[in-house]
Design a protein around this ligand. Structure first.
Ligand code: TXA
Ligand code: MG
Length: 340
């Protein structure tokens, strides 16, 4: 059930007291702490099992004063905030001096995002009377698939007493993490896309008149850019639509238990090879909405492999292809073993 105002006000008080609160956003659920309380921020790392030195995104309410958090606000940042906030865009800017090093990973930049989910907005407005910021990574253990339901967060952390509350906002609408755009070195490097998401490179270019370039080796660290991030425990194999049927037949011949995520209709024969499957819609927005939940469900059925039909190309699918590559990264060589 979606959390009511009373639960949100209690959660804001818990944050003010230095405790951790999980909350829904339109992308994925976040694990929040007062961004200006280093002990509370340290508790996020401990609960997630996340290595220190990975910076966190600071979530701010609609209309927040960016100059409180950022030392430099390029004109492009102001235009992007006007166009896409509240919404699934994170901007990396030069940090203000008072932002704790535990939030920024010791770097001279800070990630800022204003989420659109009404429960997130209500929490951010209640927290310190709308004057604070909530540092929050996705509310999953390090390296796991991000949560898109309150139940996913409970599945990750159980009844851990370190988590004061899990606010419920239903299923996250976007379903994959925010687009991350580095504007901290825009004068020398231009806008740099660190993580693709619902807001695409073309959407950004349309607002600032400059197409973002991809992250290079000199770009700031982002744990979401580790190649093996966002992976289920079950091996993942990607296959093009025409390959899926033959691949499933060969795996079945070897007695493998096959799970599949697909969007094209499957023949009755292919379906008979499958242990479990999830069909997702062919539109990028609807696909990403259901993608992590489908991966979590199939990760729990005890399959030997999750075969994922590669979605179509195109700008709108960039964020999904990025997450698919990461999900499959640790599974290199697995297919040969399963077919041996
Ligand atoms: O949609 C989202 O962004 C979700 C929701 C909860 O807002 N949050 C999220 O947080 O995905 P997390 O920590 O799982 O991923 C945030 C990414 C990390 O890869 C982190 O390294 C990067 O953002 N990041 C944060 N601040 C940064 C900075 N100052 N410079 C470079 N990368 C940064
Ligand atoms: Mg994450």
């Amino acid at each position: 059930m979606v959390s009511d105002n009373q639960a949100i006000v209690r959660a804001a008080a818990a944050l003010e007291a230095g405790r951790l609160v999980a909350f829904p956003t339109e992308t994925v659920y976040g694990l929040g702490a007062d961004a200006e309380n280093p002990d509370a921020v340290a508790a996020i790392y401990a609960l997630k099992g996340r290595p220190a030195g990975h910076p966190l995104i600071v979530h701010v309410p609609d209309g927040a004063d960016l100059s409180y958090w950022a030392a430099v606000i390029p004109d492009e940042a102001a235009r992007l905030a006007a166009a896409f906030w509240p919404g699934p865009l994170t901007m990396i800017l030069k940090r203000a001096a008072h932002v704790p090093a535990s939030v920024t990973g010791g770097q001279d930049t800070v990630g800022l995002r204003c989420p659109s989910h009404p429960v997130a907005q209500a929490l951010l407005s209640a927290f310190r009377g709308g004057k604070g910021g909530v540092a929050a990574p996705s509310a999953n253990r390090f390296g796991h698939v991000s949560p898109t339901l309150a139940q996913h967060v409970r599945d990750e952390f159980g009844n851990d007493v370190r988590l004061a509350a899990v606010l419920d906002g239903g299923q996250s609408e976007v379903g994959i993490e925010s687009t991350i755009l580095d504007l901290s070195r825009i004068k020398t490097h231009g806008p740099v896309l660190l993580r693709p998401g619902r807001i695409s490179a073309a959407d950004i270019a349309a607002v600032i008149g400059k197409a973002p370039v991809g992250a290079d080796a000199a770009a700031p660290r982002a744990s979401g850019t580790l190649s093996s991030h966002y992976a289920p425990a079950t091996p993942v194999v990607l296959a093009t639509a025409p390959e899926v049927a033959a691949l499933c037949a060969r795996l079945k011949e070897k007695g493998r238990r096959i799970a599949a995520i697909h969007y094209s209709p499957l023949s009755a024969e292919t379906q008979s090879f499958l242990f479990s499957w999830q069909m997702l819609p062919v539109s990028a927005a609807a696909y990403s909405h259901g993608f992590y939940a489908a991966m979590r469900t199939l990760d729990g059925v005890g399959a030997d492999v999750i075969v994922i039909e590669r979605p179509p190309g195109g700008d709108a699918w960039e964020g999904i292809h990025d997450r698919l590559r990461r999900a499959a990264h640790g599974s290199a060589g697995v297919l040969e073993k399963l077919l041996a």
